[in-house]
Write a protein that binds this ligand. Structure first.
Ligand SMILES: [Zn+2]
Ligand SMILES: [Zn+2]
Length: 86
């Protein structure tokens, strides 16, 4: 994101937006220190492919019933930090 220096308060708004895209308590990976390889935040399963490859099938098969939360809802809570397919 390009930050154009303007008024001070506008800079603050941009900073807040950036903070929001970082990991937060709403993210399933919050507090789990998940970097690389990606690890299932629920059962510690290690994803051996690229980033989160297979997480949808894994979550649906192993956790959807248990958590009662649909995969798309669960994934939507993932912060953009953790969502990246790296
Ligand atoms: Zn996160
Ligand atoms: Zn799992």
């Amino acid at each position: 994101m390009k930050i154009i220096p303007m008024y001070e308060d506008q800079k603050i708004i941009l900073t807040l937006k950036e903070v929001k895209s970082m990991c937060n308590e709403n993210c399933p990976c919050w507090g789990k220190n998940i970097t690389h390889p990606r690890i299932c935040p629920i059962c510690d399963y290690i994803f051996k492919g690229n980033g989160w490859d297979g997480i949808d099938a894994h979550y649906k098969a192993r956790h959807e019933k248990e958590t009662g939360e649909l995969y798309k809802d669960w994934w939507a809570r993932m912060c953009s930090d953790h969502k990246t397919k790296r």
